[in-house]
Design a protein around this ligand. Structure first.
Ligand code: PLP
Length: 458
């Protein structure tokens, strides 16, 4: 054990099983225990300061110390600390948040008209699957239940959302995906295009592969396609030119619903309020969480259009209920905090900041592609990744996948910067309040870590 007996780290390792963690490594090394946050910074219990360049888990959009969210929570706690929205009940925070989200939704051919609240991105996506199955039955199409997602897509970890996720760590040992969940190719041009294949041609090929999958399965068995406008946890993959236009052509041809997973993209991250706007998508369902409350409290929201809602409403009337919902769904305190958070995003024009500071971060990180260990910089707005390589030509890293990412990630952490190594990619998704001098500091720390590891590798 690398931590002192009875230390906070030892106490954690003794009793606390962590998500997304090597449990044995945690027992051996203990966690880093965080104690406080302010703006774009957090401090651990030893007093060390870090720039939180992942905004927690892509989520603390407005920064770590907003008193207005504390006040909003306290006020709601005092007034009505809990109520639910089952069986013809409601409360003002849920109503106001739903109105606000419908007002903020993109201007679409089939506009979003209803909001259903859940507590996490995974719960929201699981709920979406059940809504789609319920709708198919309502429409007399019980065979139309399959859902297509993408390799490298991330939609959560519950049984259904984990089935839609397209990453090996979420499948193998968990016996996922369930039958009926299909995965088509990722939009990662740099990694997956053929030699000399343009972005446009690659996009067309991906759409053609999607159509082939639909035809092979039977178009009348496919209910929906889910995608993050810009992929997040799969490595921050910005779709290549023409990608969503080509994909949507195929979906339209076979009347397949489009679900935009906006859990990371939403509320400003890509330089528009929604990734669907950035990527010119026409979703039927949009899923939002994380920056919805800046993760001060757990909450997620599913927005749907009438095409989705109406058959569900009819079926619920026929049966007597839409038999689905969570005790904490649309929790009044979380909803009040989310509402205040959205007001702050608008009042402080954080979208304006993303548009101003985002290109600066992209340019500064982009300059690091001159470094021998950086193969590609990807990103848009205030979300980015560097793909690390040891051989730029072959686009390969160290023999063990993820080892180079882990080494550079550790050096970055040591330097007081938190980013996320996902395989051999390093991701950046700082709070949307970050300034240019803070970005200079962030990029300086990354460069220092890259130099250090390059030096060690010789
Ligand atoms: N969808 C996307 C795009 C995500 O990035 C995540 C989490 O990172 C989820 C869904 C799952 O959200 P949660 O961790 O709140 O269940």
């Amino acid at each position: 054990m690398n931590h002192l007996p009875n230390s906070i780290e030892a106490r954690d390792a003794a009793v606390h099983m962590h998500p997304y963690t090597d449990a044995r490594a945690l027992q051996q090394n203990g966690p880093t225990v965080m104690a406080k946050g302010e703006g774009v910074h957090v401090w651990d219990t030893n007093g060390k300061q870090y720039i939180e360049a992942m905004a927690g888990l892509w989520s603390v959009g407005i920064g770590f110390s907003e008193p207005r969210l504390v006040e909003a929570a306290a006020k709601q706690m005092a007034e009505l600390p809990y109520y639910h929205t089952f069986a013809m009940r409601s409360h003002t925070p849920a109503i106001e948040l739903a109105e606000k989200l419908i007002g903020m939704a993109p201007k679409l051919e089939n506009p979003m008209s209803k909001v259903f609240f859940t507590n996490s991105g995974s719960e929201a996506n699981d709920t979406v699957v059940k809504m789609i199955w319920y709708r198919a039955n309502a429409m007399g199409q019980p065979q139309r239940k399959k859902i297509i997602s993408r390799i490298k897509g991330y939609h959560g970890i519950t049984i259904a959302s984990g089935s839609m996720t397209g990453l090996p760590a979420n499948h193998g040992s968990f016996d996922l995906p369930l039958p009926g969940f299909l995965h088509t190719g990722s939009p990662h041009h740099w990694r997956e295009a053929a030699d000399g294949e343009s972005e446009e041609d690659f996009s067309k090929r991906r759409a053609q592969e999607l159509e082939e999958m639909i035809l092979a399965e039977g178009p009348d068995t496919i209910a929906a396609f889910i995608g993050e406008p810009v992929m997040g946890a799969g490595g921050v993959i910005v779709p290549p030119k023409g990608y969503w236009a080509e994909i949507q052509k195929v979906l339209k041809k076979y009347d397949i619903l489009l679900i935009a997973d906006e859990v990371i993209n939403g509320l400003g991250r890509t330089g528009n309020m929604w990734g669907s706007e950035t990527c010119e998508m026409q979703p039927d369902i949009m899923v939002s969480s994380k920056q919805l409350s800046s993760s001060y409290l757990p909450i997620s929201a599913i927005m749907l259009n009438d095409k989705v809602f109406e058959p569900i409403a009819d079926e619920s009337n026929r049966i007597g209920t839409f038999g689905h919902g969570f005790t904490g769904g649309g929790h009044p305190v979380a909803a009040a905090v989310a509402l205040e958070n959205l007001k702050i995003i608008e009042e402080r024009d954080l979208l304006g900041n993303v548009r101003e500071v985002g290109p600066y971060m992209q340019e500064k990180l982009g300059a690091l592609t001159a470094h021998p260990l950086v193969g590609e910089k990807r990103g848009i707005g205030l979300i980015a990744a560097l793909e690390l390589v040891t051989d730029k030509q072959a686009k390969t890293a160290l023999e063990k996948p993820g080892a180079l990412g882990a080494r550079v990630g550790a050096a970055v952490f040591e330097a007081g910067l938190i980013c996320r190594n996902m395989g051999d990619a390093l991701a950046f998704c700082p709070p949307m309040i970050i300034t240019k001098p803070q970005i200079d500091e962030l990029v300086g720390k990354v460069e220092g870590a890259l130099d250090q590891v390059a030096g060690e590798l010789g």
